[in-house]
Write a protein that binds this ligand. Structure first.
Ligand SMILES: [Zn+2]
Ligand SMILES: [Zn+2]
Length: 257
């Protein structure tokens, strides 16, 4: 049995300072690989360094929609950076109308830039959407994100939005939120999700799953997310592990090379 954490930020100093501990706890919990996701260009070197130093850590390239005062990437720049070994995706990108308000046209423009870069480099997208699903899906359609596909990470939207994303060839990734008591709608999404479209993640250092809620999260704990999904679906943990791991390497094909 093997699990993959499809989305974490272990380059953030609190986690990166204990990288050997993180890796050994991953091994103890049969978490074989983790994808360290970039959030901006100044911090990208720390992401690429981790992936370069550890066989089972992959990287992405992108600028998160929550960073307003940060260098804006161009399509050409993202495409160039994406050629770095171990980079398997473009992102995280997307829209977030929860954390930031006002005229967010710059977020939408940045999102379009990432989709164009993904299409040019042939890499899948890691998409973050919060309080913005209508615009997110609309822009994915307008920019032909279906040509490369990707994942809707840390999914917290409705089953309808999940279906729209899957129609565009996207996977749905569930985080520790699905283990929270009050996340009834999300638990329902988990029950309905076809196994062949499902990924699991921690989004470390955030969103530690039950029974560690409130603590600093780590990739090893993706196992709890899988356990909870298995329970909700009434299937064996091995089945969730096998499907989500196979899905990871199918979507992020460069990771399988
Ligand atoms: Zn995110
Ligand atoms: Zn993230």
């Amino acid at each position: 049995m093997k699990f993959v954490d499809s989305h974490c930020h272990i380059n953030f100093p609190d986690l990166a300072n204990d990288i050997d501990g993180l890796l050994s706890r991953m091994a103890d919990n049969q978490v074989s690989h983790a994808l360290c996701v970039a959030v901006n260009l100044p911090e990208l070197p720390s992401v690429l360094e981790l992936a370069g130093a550890h066989d089972n850590i992959f990287a992405s390239v992108g600028v998160h929609p929550d960073y307003e005062d940060t260098p804006e990437p161009s399509v050409a720049q993202l495409v160039e950076l994406a050629k770095t070994p171990k980079v398997v995706a473009i992102g995280e990108t997307g829209l977030d109308y929860f954390r930031l308000t006002g005229d967010l046209e710059w977020q939408r423009e940045r999102f379009r830039t990432h989709i164009r870069a993904a299409r040019e480099s042939g890499l899948p997208l890691i998409i973050h959407t919060r309080a913005s699903s209508e615009d997110t899906i609309r822009i994915m359609r307008e920019e032909r994100a279906d040509e490369v596909g990707g994942v809707m990470h840390c999914f917290t939207e409705s089953w309808e939005v999940a279906q729209q994303a899957m129609e565009l060839g996207f996977y749905i990734s569930l985080s520790g939120i699905v283990t929270f008591k009050k996340a009834e709608e999300l638990k329902d999404v988990a029950r309905k999700m076809p196994l062949d479209r499902l990924l699991i993640e921690t989004d470390s250092p955030y969103l530690a799953p039950m029974p560690h809620r409130g603590k600093q999260n780590q990739p090893a704990w993706v196992r709890h997310v899988a356990e909870h999904i298995a329970e909700l679906k009434g299937i064996a943990l091995e089945e969730v592990a096998a499907a989500t791991t196979a899905n990871f390497f199918r979507l992020f094909a460069r990771a399988a090379q």
